[in-house]
Design a protein around this ligand. Structure first.
Ligand code: UDP
Length: 349
């Protein structure tokens, strides 16, 4: 009799505590002393995951996106009392009334096929968009976070890459539009930090995968999973010996959140340091999906980096963070999302 009674009392107390926390949250919101974040690229893969995370942590979010590569489905389920949305191109002046505590600039085409198709938009959002977002952060005395990229290291001559490496980028190559946009964004961010003294966080994000990626964004994980699920040829570019180090999205978002709340003004690599060749990745996805697909080899795109692996010592030391989810587990969490997306696409077609 005593044991069920004790567990009921514990359950009741826990429910009361949760209710109390909710009441405090809602009261804070109406009093206006809630923390507020502006996220550009809010409907994109990482932007939308960040919206969910910040709201879960009790921060209200104003999302901005022009849907060039973003998707409304990624933000449809966010709670209206803590999330508002503006459809807008952030290469223009950004006006947000009221206080803002964080400006998080994640807007940009991010997959190679997207930015090669949209080179001018990519350069504009990395230059003009970063300038406007930094202007907003300065006006609001907010913390600024930039989604930078492992692409600032280009086709690296240092392996693994740490934050002190300056990179090896072909400025006029087809990937240069993204790489140089991110390098310019970093330079502009540090200039604002030095001149206007705003706190800045430069997240150098390495390859990330997970639910909410666009099924047709052309990156290796969506491509291989979709091909494997449909028993189509799995297209390995080059001989597949090039390497990447893939981070599951929940780990990445956790690292970004810790970085946002830290007091470090500079670049930090955020990613998973488990390196795999692209051919091994194709074989792994084929095995997990029990696919009948054949692995075929296609031409390697221009300037495709031969290796990529983050040195995450700085993130470990500074943020007490490191990824927890192994590649195979992350893929098993991701595959059902692509299965459901393929079914929706089939119905639409
Ligand atoms: N890749 C591939 N087949 C595909 C898509 C990509 O072999 O269908 C390769 C691509 O050439 C690169 C790696 O996978 O070496 C990762 O490509 P992704 O587009 O995901 O991003 P990147 O790391 O190059 O920015």
């Amino acid at each position: 009799v005593l044991i069920p009674l004790t567990s009921s009392v514990i359950l009741l107390l826990a429910s009361c505590l949760l209710l109390l926390l909710d009441i405090i949250r809602v009261r804070m919101f109406f009093r206006g002393d809630y923390m507020r974040a502006v996220i550009t690229g809010a409907a994109g893969f990482l932007g939308s995951h960040l919206c969910h995370k910040l709201i879960k942590e009790g921060i209200s979010v104003i999302g901005i996106d022009n849907f060039l590569t973003g998707n409304t489905e990624n933000i449809n389920d966010l709670p209206g009392e803590f999330f508002s949305f503006i459809k807008y191109d952030v290469t223009n002046y950004i006006h947000i009334p009221g206080k803002v505590d964080f400006v998080i600039h994640f807007a940009s085409p991010a997959s190679p096929i997207d930015y090669i198709k949209l080179p001018i938009q990519t350069l504009k959002v990395g230059s003009l968009g970063t300038h406007k977002a930094l202007g907003l952060a300065t006006a609001k005395k907010a913390v600024f976070m930039l989604a930078s990229s492992s692409e600032v290291y280009g086709d690296p001559k240092m392996h693994p890459q740490n934050e002190s490496y300056w990179g090896n980028v072909n400025t006029i190559g087809i990937r240069g539009v993204y790489d140089e946009a991110k390098r310019f964004s970093e330079a502009m961010t540090m200039a604002y930090h030095r001149v206007h003294k705003i706190p800045v966080r430069i997240a150098r994000i390495f390859n990330t995968y997970g639910p909410s990626m666009r099924i047709d964004d052309g990156r290796v994980v969506p491509n291989f999973i979709t091909q494997a699920l449909n028993n189509e040829d799995i297209t390995v570019f080059g001989d597949g010996t090039q390497t990447r180090s893939l981070c599951y999205v929940d780990d990445l978002i956790d690292g970004l959140y810790k970085f946002l709340l830290s007091d470090y003004n500079g670049p930090v690599n955020i990613g998973n340091s488990d390196e795999i060749s692209i051919l091994e990745l194709a074989e792994l996805i084929k095995k997990i999906t029990k696919s009948k697909s054949k692995i075929v080899f296609k031409n390697l795109p221009e300037d495709d980096p031969k290796v990529r692996k983050p040195d995450i010592s700085l993130a470990k030391e500074l943020l007490k963070w490191e990824p927890k989810i192994k590649l195979e587990d992350g893929l098993k969490r991701t595959i059902p999302y692509f299965e459901s997306r393929s079914k929706i696409q089939d119905i639409r077609n």
